[in-house]
Ligand binder design. Structure first.
Ligand code: OFO
Length: 177
């Protein structure tokens, strides 16, 4: 059984992971409408990944005898100034999530719940990887500046990165026949 404090903190993280999924959905949609199909595919794939992060915690909390709360969520921003703005916000959000997971880990240590602390190690490693990926995307966007050819190239790279994640291209994705 998890303690009440760990249950509460896990539920807060579940909410944040689901919210991350919605934030990236709004960004993916903006990119799709604004001529960045590769960035769009990348962010749609990220939407799915965040949902998976949320579901992993839901299953874990249920397995440990806790009660999952499916809470209401705020609407994410719908407009962005540029591709740079989108990825700056992604980094800002991922840093917020990393801090939140660290805080959750600290609660587990305080409550002597080393099983949950151990489980969270996967999330800690995932955050290191995600932050580093977003930082290198931002470096490339900053290098390209407003140069159209550079941004076009970055978008192509993001399409390949999305493909590597196993995402279907947004332009061709549709309901199964
Ligand atoms: Fe990258 O956020 Fe989930 O964990």
């Amino acid at each position: 059984m998890v303690t009440k404090n760990v249950e509460k903190a896990l539920n807060e993280q579940i909410k944040k992971e689901e919210h991350s999924s919605r934030i990236y959905l709004a960004m993916a949609s903006w990119c799709e409408r604004n001529g960045y199909p590769g960035a769009s595919d990348f962010l749609y794939a990220q939407t799915e990944e965040e949902r998976m992060h949320m579901l992993k915690l839901v299953h874990y909390l249920n397995d440990r005898g806790g009660n999952v709360v499916v809470d209401k969520l705020d609407a994410p921003a719908a407009k962005y100034k540029s591709l740079l703005d989108v990825f700056q916000q992604v980094l800002h959000h991922e840093e917020f999530i990393s801090a939140s997971i660290n805080e959750l880990y600290a609660i587990c240590v305080k409550e002597k719940d080393f099983t949950t602390g151990n489980y969270l190690q996967w999330y800690i490693n995932e955050q290191i990887e995600e932050e580093s990926t977003v930082r290198s995307i931002l470096d490339q966007i900053n290098l390209a500046g407003t140069e159209k050819g550079g941004l076009f190239h970055i978008d192509k790279e993001l399409a390949s990165a999305a493909k590597a994640k196993g995402a279907a291209p947004a332009a061709t994705a549709g309901p199964a026949a």
